[in-house]
Design a protein around this ligand. Structure first.
Ligand code: ADP
Ligand code: MG
Length: 323
């Protein structure tokens, strides 16, 4: 089973950022409202995710590290409902098989918590500890026993920028939760979890950027869009500060990036991109989401409507600004 986990790990876990994605999703699943993410050496040496969620029951701590240990999926249909939430019971097992993991967890009804430590997926320590309700997962020395995979990692600057971008987007997707990201003992950002998207944008990208954002919203045929986007005198050389959330989930779509480009066409220099965060609510029956651990792709049954809605919501406000 340990070998199977190590192989499976290749699919779920290919770099520190994907470990963090899985662990933060687990914290969100556990209804946490405060999540701290700490990394050292771009997560290669040390990753810590602490949450104030429901914790893991003492009798479940070892089961959580078994493959397909997921407690959420009881029926096949549930797979659709929980698509965003974790990778079907494989994440903890996979991560533990290629690192040294510590789990410290306590449920609200337990008096004391459990500290479990695993090396390469094997439990090496288990003891009772005093700790607050919630869960901390520490992942040390990722890929220490799979050197080929360790060698595949990029330098610390690249790996930490993947992480910062990922956590930024997760925090934007959940403005009602507080996220704190710490890199080599320095706070990268800390969001308040007020539920206000502009607060979240300010915490992550700074006051200057937030001050220059326009907002607009529109509804058509039960498609809702709320947009936060830059004026034409502020732009970037890439799309890193663009994100689209459909029904609460970060998604990638050429239709959406195409619509953003179209709205700003003739307003921006060539090869420059606006900052743009789009929050959309679309009837679930009109989208098809294909979840893969590495990417989330979406198909819209009415691409035309999406495109015209996005272009008009952005463009109308931009033109108004220009007048
Ligand atoms: P999945 O998330 O698909 O269920 P994981 O391997 O990521 O699979 O997690 C296994 C199980 O461990 C989860 O179903 C959950 O019961 C428990 N778990 C993991 N992380 C947490 C957490 N931060 N808080 C509470 N429970 C957790
Ligand atoms: Mg999970």
């Amino acid at each position: 089973a340990l070998t199977a986990n190590k192989i499976a790990a290749g699919e779920v876990v290919d770099r520190p950022a994907s470990v963090i994605k899985e662990l933060v999703e687990n914290a969100i699943d556990a209804q946490a409202t405060m999540i701290v993410i700490e990394i050292r050496e771009a997560g290669k040496e040390y990753i810590r995710i602490s949450d104030n969620g429901m914790g893991i029951h003492p009798s479940d701590v070892e089961i959580a590290f078994e493959r397909h240990a997921t407690s959420k999926i009881t029926q096949i249909e549930d797979l659709d409902k929980t698509v965003s939430l974790g990778f079907r019971g494989e994440a903890l097992a996979s991560i533990a098989s290629v690192s040294q993991v510590e789990l410290i967890t306590k449920t609200a009804t337990s008096i004391s918590g459990i500290h479990l430590e695993l090396h390469g997926g094997k439990a090496v320590l288990k003891k009772e500890v005093g700790c607050p309700t919630g869960t901390t997962v520490i992942v040390k020395n990722l890929f220490y026993n799979t050197p080929a995979r360790f060698k595949f990692l990029k330098n610390n600057t690249s790996e930490s920028s993947y992480i910062i971008d990922l956590v930024s987007k997760i925090a934007l997707a959940h403005p009602d939760k507080s996220f704190k990201l710490i890199n080599n003992n320095i706070i990268v950002f800390s969001t308040a979890g007020t539920g206000h998207i502009l607060h979240t944008i300010t915490s992550i990208y700074g006051k200057e950027l937030a001050k220059n954002m326009l907002t607009a919203r529109r509804e058509e045929n039960n498609y809702h869009v709320e947009a936060y986007f830059s004026k034409i005198d502020m732009y970037r050389g890439n799309r890193q500060q663009q994100a689209a959330f459909v029904n609460g989930r970060l998604i990638k779509s050429k239709v959406i990036t195409g619509a953003i480009d179209e709205a700003y066409r003739t307003l921006l220099p060539i090869n420059k991109f606006p900052i743009c965060f789009l929050y959309m609510k679309i009837p679930p029956s009109e989208i098809d989401v294909n979840i893969h651990p590495a990417k989330t792709e979406i198909k819209f049954s009415n691409e035309k409507l999406i495109k015209s809605l996005l272009i008009s919501v952005l463009k109308d406000r931009l033109l108004q600004e220009k007048l």
